[in-house]
Write a protein that binds this ligand. Structure first.
Ligand code: NAD
Length: 260
């Protein structure tokens, strides 16, 4: 149902963003992915997205800390694939430390990648959506858009900020056929999370099951990771006409985390 539409997804060379890209491509959207990583792997993702969409796919290596590169990415997408009809702001990084020890450069990078990049992409993409009278902006928030955990001051501030940004833009474009929402996942099963398990087993002298249940999923009542495909299914639904009244919402997909 997305044939003829173009989607731009930041931070989509792995994990959740790549899941969004595959789901949108499977519905026929042209997709521009973005992010870092091994070039051969990225080329493989672009080929796969081209094959499953039956249309074009491209990769942009724009750094989400650099406003000039972000604007150039949106311009490049517009020129080569079409102006983005669907924009997913998904790039994110994490750093965990008490605030009085938090490195300034990590604070700046987290705020830039999670929050300011969404401002720059949205600013650049909205005029095209307005002129078509249709658009979808989907921001990847977190349970930490809504509640906090200690030692994640920059991430939680940025994700709470992204939620406020979402609501504001939703109001600004409410009559233009454009919806703006935030998907707020709990712990999601991604290579990033999987990669933390061996280290945590070693440093805390725990079994794999203990790390999963007592550390990672300690606050996730369902005691199961959210799956990338579950987030992608919600993003797809938000792109449907049936979802046109959902805007300015924080949609939790967190196994009950924020019910506590
Ligand atoms: P991931 O590390 O697998 O993916 C992050 C992506 O962002 C990668 O493609 C990476 O290359 C890209 N990226 C990082 N820095 C960048 C930069 N400066 N410029 C451009 N791209 C950059 O992580 P993920 O788990 O898939 O997370 C994706 C989003 O979901 C993030 O915003 C994260 O905060 C959010 N989230 C993740 C979880 C989880 O449990 N994994 C939970 C809640 C929210």
């Amino acid at each position: 149902f997305l044939k003829g539409k173009t989607a731009l997804i930041t931070g989509s060379t792995s994990g959740i963003g790549l899941g969004y890209a595959k789901a949108l491509a499977a519905e026929g959207a042209q997709v521009m992915i973005n992010g870092f990583g091994d070039q051969t792997a990225i080329d493989g993702h672009v080929s796969e997205l081209t094959a499953i969409s039956g249309t074009g796919a491209l990769h942009s290596a724009a750094d989400m800390t650099k406003p000039d590169e972000i604007r150039a990415m949106v311009a490049d997408c517009t020129e080569k694939l079409g102006a983005p009809d669907i924009l997913i702001n998904n790039a994110g990084i994490q750093h965990v430390a008490p605030v009085d020890e938090f490195p300034e450069d990590k604070w700046d990078a987290i705020l830039a990648i999670i929050l300011s990049s969404a401002f720059h992409t949205t600013k650049a993409a909205l005029p095209g959506m307005k002129s078509k009278g249709w658009g979808r902006v989907i921001n990847t928030g977190s349970m930490h858009s809504l509640v906090a955990s200690p030692y994640k001051s920059a991430y939680n501030a940025a994700k709470h900020g992204l939620s406020g940004f979402t609501k504001t833009i939703a109001l600004e474009v409410a009559t233009k056929g454009i919806t703006v929402n935030c998907i707020c996942p709990g712990y999601v099963w991604t290579p990033l999370v999987e990669g933390q398990i061996p280290d945590t087993m070693k440093t805390r002298n725990l079994t794999r099951d203990q790390v999963i249940n007592d550390v990672l999923l300690a606050n996730q009542p369902q005691k199961q990771f959210v799956q990338v495909e579950q987030l992608a299914a919600l993003a797809l639904f938000l792109c449907r006409d049936e979802a046109s009244a959902i805007t300015g919402a924080n949609l939790s997909v967190d196994g009950g985390w924020t019910a506590q």
